[in-house]
Structure formats: C-alpha cells, structure tokens
Ligand binder design. Structure first.
Ligand code: NAD
Ligand code: UDP
Length: 308
C-alpha cells in the first residue's frame, strides 16, 4: 500500500513511518520542518520504501496514495502558540487540502486529533461523548479550536462527499525521539534531571495528565486505520492518571538525579485534570495500552542518556 504521513518528521510521525515501513508498505512523509527534524528523516531514509517531500500542507498536494495519516501540526504548547494563526490555518486549510487529496484518491484518511478538544474538562474520565470545555479566546484556542474544526471538517467530508475518515483523539504521548527542546513536560523533566538542573513545575503541580508510551499509540492508530465501518472519534491514551508533581518525583527517582523542583506560573487555561475513558477503543479495536509509565520512562531516559 502507498501511505502518506503528514508531519512525518515529527515525534509520532517518525515512529508511525517506521512501523508502517516494517509492515512492508511504501511510505511518503510530508513535512515543513516546523517542529520536525532532518535527523528523523535521515533515519527513515535508510528504508528503501521511504520517500520524503518537504511541503507545507497549507498548500495543495497531488500524489497517489491509498491511506493518509494527517499528523502535521505543532503539538507542544510553546510551539503551537508561537504562531497561533499558522496553527489554526494548518488545522483548517491544511486539513481541507489533505481531505481533498483523500477524496481525489478515494483514500482512507486518519486524523490525529487530541484530548485538547475536551479543553479544561468538567468530566473525568473523558468519554468521546463529552463535548468539552474550551475557552475560544485563550492562548490554547488556536490548537484546541483548530483541532475541533478539523474534526468537523472530517465529519462534513464524510457526510457531504462520502470520504472514508477516521478520527483518533490522542492523549499525552511520550517516548524516545521526542525533540530535546520540544517543551512538553516529559522531555523537559528528563533533560533537566539528567543535567542536574532545576525541574520546572508549572503551578503547584497538582494538575493531572495520563501518559501513554509511543508504541501503544502507534498500535492503536494502525488498528484504527485498518478497522472498517468505524469512523470514531476514539480516545487513545493510558488511563493511569498522575499529577505533575508525582511525575517529577518519579523522574528524579528513575534518573537518580540531585535536581530540585522550582515552581513557575501555571500557563493560562492549562487543564487541571485529564485522563481518558478507553472503553470504546477496547470494544472496537480490542486495544489497551501495554506499557506501564515506569517502564516507558526508563526507555525514554535511556534514549536521552545515550544522546548526551
Ligand atoms: P511534533 O511537533 O513532533 O510533530 C508535528 C510535525 O508536523 C512536525 O514534524 C512539524 O514540522 C510538522 N508540521 C507542522 N505544521 C506543518 C505544516 N503546515 N505542513 C507540514 N508539516 C507540518 O508533534 P507530535 O507529538 O509528533 O504530534 C503529531 C500529531 O499528533 C499532531 O497533529 C498533534 O496535534 C497530535 N497529538 C500529539 C499528542 C502527543 O502527546 N504527542 C497528543 C495529541 C495529539
Ligand atoms: N508542565 C510543567 N513543567 C514543564 C512543562 C510542562 O509543569 O516544564 C506542565 C504543564 O503546565 C501541564 C503539564 O505539565 O500542566 C503537561 O504539559 P505539556 O506541555 O506536556 O502538555 P499539555 O499541557 O498539552 O497536556
């Protein structure tokens, strides 16, 4: 099969391309290097069935494909807030361009949506039926509302044009190959701990997240792409909820670091609670995460240690 991965030079895109190449598919990755790296592309280039196209999805694409995974969009708050208009544009205009390509090729398309569409949730765990609590005016809205509109576009292309769409709502995901300067919490804490620098807790650290290891996510995304007659949306995440303070303590313990914690201001609209209900993924895809937080963190710490 010919498979297009937009955002293929990024963290999840890199792992997804690798997994699809290992399954024997021909993979084309498209990326504009906003947050993705040449290093990831160089590693993927070792596969004979891999092609790379430097391209911004805000411009139309014309290639022949059977499946499309749409991952192109900066995912870390510091990066998606740098140029918020571009973030919204990528989620709306970019989404339309990729849906048009799917339509033209009669290709199946999977959209990488996010737990952020639930905003600062008033219900926990978050089920797919929950419509969320997003501030349309805040600094996270370019991402949250952009991703919500991308879901709307997917459903409207399905209703209006019969496009074969799939939506997965990804919860916080981590693992090797996260960019050191990505700015998200796990890479920040591991790098700070290994360099014996202060661990930067935003707010009092009582806010929660649930972290899934990259291999679990990739298995879920591919299972969803292969599933007929189910468009989603479906949550893909690990229901093990931890506070940011507990996460910092665990990373200090696993790295044996002497780092201390420092407290900084909580970013505006930072969600207070987040963890997924994954009953639907289990029912439809027979999917559940397999990697415990401690095991996934050890692998991620080993990756960063090897790079230093
Ligand atoms: P990432 O920032 O590492 O990867 C995003 C990739 O998209 C980068 O390579 C970037 O250069 C590329 N990109 C951005 N705008 C583009 C554009 N206009 N044209 C072409 N390429 C563009 O982030 P990630 O963690 O790998 O996330 C991948 C996708 O998964 C994103 O859509 C993100 O919203 C979604 N997601 C990720 C998480 C997570 O925890 N990692 C959680 C929820 C959703
Ligand atoms: N966070 C933190 N210190 C950091 C980076 C992030 O305390 O150095 C917090 C952040 O405020 C949020 C949580 O960790 O409450 C997860 O942040 P991340 O940027 O990884 O993802 P998101 O907020 O999008 O879930």
């Amino acid at each position: 099969m010919n498979i297009l991965v937009t955002g293929g030079a990024g963290f999840i895109g890199f792992h997804l391309c690798n997994a699809l190449l290992d399954q024997g598919h021909a993979v084309i990755a498209v990326d504009n290097f906003l947050t993705g790296t040449q290093e990831n592309v160089a590693l993927l280039d070792k596969h004979a069935n891999f092609k790379f196209l430097e391209h911004d999805i805000n411009k139309p694409l014309d290639i022949e494909v059977d499946h499309i995974y749409n991952l192109a969009c900066p995912a870390s708050p510091i990066h998606y807030q740098k140029d918020p208009v571009q973030t919204t544009t990528t989620n709306v205009l970019g989404m339309i361009n990729v849906l048009e390509l799917a339509q033209k090729n009669k290709a199946r398309i999977l959209q990488a949506s996010t737990s952020e569409i639930y905003g600062d949730p008033l219900e926990s765990p978050q089920q797919e039926e929950y419509n969320g609590n997003v501030n349309t005016l805040g600094p996270r809205a370019c991402y949250d509302e952009g991703k919500r509109c991308a879901e709307t576009l997917c459903m409207d292309y399905k209703r209006q044009h019969g496009t074969d769409i799939k939506i997965v709502r990804i919860f916080n995901t981590y693992g090797p190959h996260i960019y050191e300067h990505d700015g998200r919490v796990i890479s920040n804490f591991i790098v700070q701990a290994l360099k014996q620098q202060d661990i930067t807790i935003y707010g009092d650290g009582s806010q929660t997240r649930s972290f899934q290891y990259i291999d679990d996510l990739i298995r879920g995304m591919i299972a969803m792409m292969q599933k007929d007659e189910f468009a989603g949306p479906v949550n893909l995440g690990n229901p093990h909820e931890v506070s940011i303070l507990e996460l910092a303590q665990l990373i200090i313990k696993l790295t044996g670091s002497k780092s201390h914690m420092t407290y900084e201001a909580l970013p505006e609209d930072d969600p207070k609670k987040r963890y997924p209900d994954i009953a639907l993924a289990h029912k439809k895809l027979e999917w559940k995460p397999r990697v415990a937080l401690t095991d996934g963190l050890k692998k991620t710490i080993d990756y960063f240690k090897a790079r230093m």
